[in-house]
Design a protein around this ligand. Structure first.
Ligand code: GDP
Ligand code: MG
Length: 437
C-alpha cells in the first residue's frame, strides 16, 4: 500500500486545515488501498467514515503537512480498530487447570498453533498438556505427537475413541493426576464451515467451558477468514483469534476485518512453520504495517508535542506580563477538553496544578464556566474589572447561570492568575539559567 499512501499524502499537501473537500481524493485512495489489502468492504466503509469525521476541522500542525497529519489520524484510527492494547491469554492461576480450545478450518494451522502455544506457555513456566481431539484423520494425532516430542510437552491421545468429547474428558482426568496446569485442545477442521463441525464444537465448548476458545484463522485467505471468524463466533463464541501465516505477503487486512467484524481480540500471530514462530499481536505494530508509514507517524507525534510546548511558552509569557485574560482562561478549558486530561496540561503550564489544587475537572462545571465567559463582551474578557453588578446580571442571563456563578468564576480566574504568576516567579528564582521551555 505504501506507494498509494505516498500519493495520498501528496494530494493534500499544502492545505491549512483538513476538510472533507481537500481529503476527498485521499479518501478515495485510502478506500482503494484498504480493499487492496483485503480489508472487508463493510469494514472499509466504517473505518473511512469514522476517520473523516475525526479528521475534519483538525488544525494542521506547523511543522507537518495536512497530508502527514492525516496519515497520523489514519494510523491512530487503525490502532483503535485493531484493538488498541495488546491482549494476552486469560488463564487461571497455576493451581487450577486452565483450558485452551483451538478451532478453525482444516489447514488453518490449529495443530501447529497448539504446539506453538504449548512452547510459549512452557517458557512462561506453565505446564501444558496437548490433547489430540482431532479424530477426523489418524495422521493428525501423529502430527501432534511429533510436535509435542520436539518441544518436550506431553501429548494426550486415545486412538480407540471416536468422540472428541470422550477424549477430552479422559484427558481432563489424566491431567488432574499429572503435573499439568493448562490443557491445549487441538480439534478437527473441515474444508468449509458446516453444521456438523459447528455442532461438534459447540458441544465441546459446552462440556469444557474453556478459558480460551481461540479461532485459528489463515491470514492469507482474507475475506474467507473473515466469514469463518463470523460463523465461528456466532456458533461457538470465541474469546480470541490467532492469525496464522502472517509471515506471507499479508499486510494485515484480515486482522483489521476480523477484529472489527467479530469484536474478538487477536491475541497472537503465526509467523512461520516452526514451533517458535508465534508472536503476540500488537495493534500499533500491525497498524504501521498496514500503513507502511511508521516514520510519518513519529514525525507528527513530535510536531504535536512541539506545538503544545510552544503554546505553553506563549501562555507563560502572558502570565508573566500579566496579560493573561479570561480569553486565555477560556482557551485553557478548551484545551483541557481536547487533551482529555488536566494532568497533561498541568505538566506544561507551571502553577496550573497548584492553582487547581488537585481538584477534579468536572465536565459540566467547565461547560458552565465556558458559557459564562462566552457571554462576556471582548472588552469584559480582557478586563474583568469593568464587570459591575448590572453586567454580571446580563452575563448570568446570557449564559443561563446565576450571578453567584459568575462571581465564582471571576474569583477562580483571579486566583488562578495570581497563583500562576507566583509559581512562575518562584520557578524563575530557583533557576539561575533561563528555562528554555
Ligand atoms: P490444521 O489443519 O489447522 O491443524 O493446520 P496445520 O497446523 O496442520 O497447518 C497447516 C499448514 O500450515 C502446515 O504446513 C503448517 O506448517 C503451516 N502453517 C501453520 N501456521 C503457519 C504460519 O504461521 N506460517 C506459515 N508459513 N505456515 C504455517
Ligand atoms: Mg490439525
Amino acid at each position: 500500500i505504501s506507494a498509494t499512501f505516498q500519493d495520498i499524502v501528496r494530494s493534500i499537501t499544502g492545505k491549512a486545515t483538513i476538510s472533507p473537500k481537500n481529503i476527498e481524493e485521499a479518501v478515495e485512495q485510502i478506500k482503494y488501498a484498504l480493499l487492496e489489502a483485503d480489508v472487508h468492504v463493510r469494514v472499509v466503509r466504517r473505518f473511512v467514515n469514522q476517520t473523516i469525521q475525526e479528521a475534519t476541522g483538525e488544525r494542521v500542525l506547523k511543522s507537518v503537512t495536512p497530508g502527514q497529519q492525516f496519515v497520523k489520524i489514519l494510523y491512530d484510527k487503525l490502532v483503535s480498530f485493531l484493538g488498541d492494547e495488546r491482549q494476552d491469554l486469560t488463564l487461571k492461576g497455576p493451581d487450577t487447570l486452565s483450558i485452551i480450545l483451538l478451532a478453525g478450518l482444516q489447514g488453518s494451522g490449529k495443530t501447529t498453533t497448539a504446539a506453538k502455544l504449548a512452547l510459549h506457555l512452557k517458557k512462561k513456566g506453565r505446564r501444558p498438556l496437548l490433547v489430540a481431539a482431532d479424530l477426523a484423520r489418524p495422521a493428525a494425532i501423529d502430527q501432534l505427537e511429533t510436535l509435542g516430542a520436539s518441544i518436550d510437552v506431553p501429548v494426550y491421545t486415545d486412538r480407540s475413541q471416536k468422540d472428541p468429547r470422550a477424549v477430552v474428558k479422559r484427558a481432563l482426568s489424566h491431567a488432574k493426576r499429572q503435573a499439568v496446569d493448562t490443557l491445549i485442545v487441538d480439534t478437527a477442521g473441515r474444508h468449509q464451515v458446516d453444521r456438523e463441525l459447528m455442532d461438534e464444537l459447540s458441544r465441546l465448548v459446552r462440556d469444557l467451558s474453556p478459558d480460551e476458545a481461540l479461532l485459528v484463522a489463515d491470514a492469507m485467505t482474507g475475506q474467507t477468514a473473515v466469514d469463518v471468524a463470523k460463523a465461528f463466533n456466532e456458533a461457538v463464541g470465541i474469546t480470541g483469534v490467532v492469525l496464522t501465516k502472517f509471515d506471507s505477503d499479508t499486510r494485515g487486512g484480515a486482522a483489521l476485518s476480523i477484529r472489527t467484524i467479530t469484536g474478538a481480540p487477536i491475541k497472537f500471530i503465526g509467523v512461520g512453520e516452526k514451533v517458535d514462530d508465534l508472536e503476540p499481536f500488537y495493534p500499533d505494530r500491525i497498524a504501521s504495517r498496514i500503513l507502511g508509514m511508521g516514520d510519518v507517524v513519529t514525525l507528527v507525534e513530535k510536531a504535536r508535542e512541539l506545538t503544545e510546548a510552544e503554546e505553553a511558552e506563549k501562555l507563560q509569557e502572558k502570565i508573566k506580563k500579566a496579560t493573561f485574560t479570561l480569553e486565555d482562561y477560556l482557551e485553557q478549558f478548551q484545551k483541557i477538553k481536547k487533551m482529555g486530561s488536566l494532568q497533561k496540561l498541568a505538566e506544561l503550564v507551571p502553577g496550573m496544578e497548584a492553582a487547581l489544587g488537585g481538584q477534579e475537572i468536572d465536565e459540566k462545571a467547565i461547560r458552565r464556566e465556558e458559557a459564562i465567559i462566552l457571554s462576556m463582551t471582548p472588552a469584559e474578557r480582557r478586563n474583568p474589572r469593568i464587570i459591575g453588578p448590572s453586567r454580571k446580571k446580563r452575563i448570568a442571563r446570557g449564559s443561563g447561570t446565576s450571578v453567584y456563578e459568575v462571581n465564582r468564576l471571576l474569583k477562580n480566574f483571579e486566583k488562578t492568575r495570581l497563583m500562576m504568576k507566583k509559581m512562575l516567579k518562584q520557578k524563575g528564582m530557583q533557576q539561575s539559567m533561563p528555562t528554555s521551555w
